[in-house]
Design a protein around this ligand. Structure first.
Ligand SMILES: Nc1ncnc2c1ncn2[C@@H]1O[C@H](COP(=O)(O)OP(=O)(O)OP(=O)(O)O)[C@@H](O)[C@H]1O
Ligand SMILES: [Mg+2]
Length: 239
């Protein structure tokens, strides 16, 4: 699903953000991308979206070599990927439903399905009762969950997320991780950049560790404390 072959990214002569990075994520896999600040995590995500081009090496996403992707193909290519960035932007003068409906229109979802789909994704993030609220009427964490719902609305084949739990408290972070795990169970491949070691430990998925732009040892997978079945999540309460 994602292949990096000897990818180097230089921004200028003096700074190498990524150095000969090779890694692979399988279809249906859930992979954490971790490493200290400045290690190159966001750069990898931007390369996957082709917001950046590598200086050297090759990147293949879902069978497509990004070097040969034409400019005209970019919007469709990006539309099929669910992205969650920290600076999520909801449109403040639209209600939560209108925000989601707007994205569905772009994605080509027939209008008659908008209510049903909006309700379903908001239910997954526990905000179905706020369909008619405006973003400023929601807390920061609630807005972030709406942004995640928005990224998941069309069951994208690939979800990439940059510090999606960055400014959430531990309980909300756990809820947010469950949303990604559920999406993964429905078939989406997930690549999630995070500093949050506790979250990685609890989730027990494969880790690609970056250190100064190089891929280090992939630490062995630890047994998850939370078994991967939706029914178990029900007992955990929030989905
Ligand atoms: N547009 C740019 N121009 C020049 N250097 C850049 C640019 N973007 C990133 N860098 C540099 O590349 C390196 C990797 O940055 P990146 O944002 O990928 O790190 P990160 O692992 O996401 O860090 P953080 O955890 O702080 O978000 C850093 O040294 C950064 O300063
Ligand atoms: Mg970053």
């Amino acid at each position: 699903m994602i292949d990096f072959y000897h990818v180097t990214k230089r921004f200028d002569r003096y700074s190498i953000a990524l150095h000969d990075v090779t890694f692979h994520a399988d279809k249906g896999e859930f992979v954490f991308l971790t490493g200290p600040s400045g290690a190159g995590k966001s750069t990898i995500l931007k390369l996957i979206l082709r917001q950046l081009l590598p200086s050297e090496g090759q990147i293949v996403v879902n069978g497509r070599n990004l070097a040969t992707l034409k400019r005209a193909q970019l919007p469709l290519f990006r539309r099929e990927i669910g992205m969650v960035f920290q600076d999520f932007k909801l449109i403040e003068r639209m209600t939560i439903f209108e925000n989601l409906s707007f994205v569905m229109t772009v994605l080509g979802v027939p209008p008659r399905d908008h209510k049903k789909k909006a309700y379903a994704v908001l239910r997954a993030v526990n905000l179905h009762h706020r369909l008619n609220a405006y973003p400023p009427q929601l807390s920061g964490g609630e807005q972030q969950r709406v942004a995640i719902a928005r990224a998941l609305i069309n069951d994208p084949y690939l979800i990439i997320a940059d510090e999606p739990t960055g400014n959430l408290d531990p309980d909300l972070s756990a809820d947010v991780m469950q949303i990604f795990i559920e999406a993964n169970l429905r078939g989406s491949t997930v690549l999630l950049a995070t500093h949050d070691r506790e979250m990685i430990r609890r989730t027990g998925r494969r880790v690609v560790h970056l250190e100064k732009g190089r891929v280090g040892e992939e630490r062995p997978q630890q047994a998850p404390e939370v078994p991967d079945s939706p029914s178990t999540f029900m007992q955990w309460g929030s989905l």
